[in-house]
Design a binder for this molecule. Structure first.
Ligand SMILES: [Zn+2]
Length: 325
């Protein structure tokens, strides 16, 4: 083999090695970038799944490393959340922010032996029932609604809302027409059954609490109220009259402040105070007076309760006086 052939072969071998090195280098660089990219994609994907906040932070880091902090949007809702360091997925910003926590139960701060107040509303539902429910919700207070018969969807939604929001739904009358319901014992029974069935169909509650239209001592019934009382008690109902009024059914147009004063003229005289008010459509002043009444009841340390089986009934004609005779 001549010298020139040997030199040629060595050159070829060197070139082959250079090419191989170059290939390895290129493959190495490509592999490195593929792995790097893959790793970056995995990190980004995992971060994206774990929380939007973390993605934002990573993107910020990638995009803005070395950059000045730049624009900080102080109106960003995340800023209002405050804690950017918390990576707990439960704290993800996509969760709704509860800016409206349920208000404290005013009864929590009251002596359990304090005087009790039962706010009761007759003759609804109406648009005022909705307003009253809104106020009661705001104060986190429960009341009692003695309802009449209404079959439109809006009224039905109010029966449901009364129950859903923890108030007591109670029975007043289906028609509330004194002349027909008090025409005979059968007429009274039929009217009571109708309102009981309607409330049950709409809310699923078979209420056992009633209030007679005009009260147990009304002078309009053509049937002896004692007969009606015997009947309702025999059916397992408890009837409730009242010992405090705001005066919204007296025929006199009281101002809001007078309605409040009327309540506190009598409220507090008794251990159990059952306040008669009305949530029928005309009684807008009652709605306006309610926050003032609640403010003072809370300030004066009353327990504000919905009627239940523990409530001492206030009865103008006592059931015991009828049933024992
Ligand atoms: Zn009534």
């Amino acid at each position: 083999m001549s010298n020139s052939t040997i030199v040629g072969l060595k050159e070829k071998e060197k070139r082959r090695r250079r090419v191989n090195r170059l290939k390895k280098t290129i493959i190495g660089v490509i592999s490195f970038w593929m792995l790097f990219s893959l790793a970056a994609i995995i990190i980004l994907t995992v971060s994206l799944c774990s929380s939007n906040r973390r993605v934002n932070k990573i993107v910020e880091k990638i995009n803005a490393s070395g950059d000045a902090i730049g624009e900080v949007d102080n109106n960003n809702s995340e800023d209002e959340l405050g804690d950017f360091e918390d990576d707990d997925p439960k704290e993800d910003v996509t969760e709704p922010i509860n800016n409206d926590p349920e208000p404290e139960d005013p009864n929590d701060n009251v002596d359990p032996d304090a005087k009790k107040v039962y706010l009761t509303f007759d003759d609804g539902p109406s648009v005022n029932t909705e307003a009253i429910l809104d106020i009661l919700k705001e104060y986190n207070v429960k009341a009692t609604f003695f309802v009449i018969g209404r079959t439109d969807d809006y009224s039905k939604s109010l029966y449901k809302r009364i129950v859903d929001e923890g108030h007591t739904i109670a029975l007043h009358s289906y028609t509330h027409r004194y002349s027909s319901i008090y025409a005979s014992l059968d007429a009274y029974k039929e009217d009571l059954q109708r309102i009981s069935d309607l409330v049950y169909e709409v809310t699923g509650v078979r209420s056992k609490y009633i209030r007679f239209p005009g009260g147990s001592s009304n002078q309009v019934s053509r049937v002896s109220m004692k007969d009606i009382i015997r009947y309702v008690c025999g059916e397992g109902y408890t009837y409730f009259d009242w010992n405090v009024i705001n005066g919204d059914a007296t025929g006199k147009a009281y101002t809001v402040d007078e309605l409040v004063k009327n309540v506190f003229d009598d409220c507090g005289k008794y251990d159990t105070n059952i306040v008669l008010m009305h949530d029928s459509e005309a009684k807008t002043s009652t709605v306006e007076a309610l926050p003032k009444i609640l403010d003072k009841l809370i300030e004066d340390g009353y327990l504000i309760l919905p009627i239940d089986d523990n409530t001492t009934p206030i009865q103008h004609i006592k059931a015991s006086s009828v049933l024992n005779n």
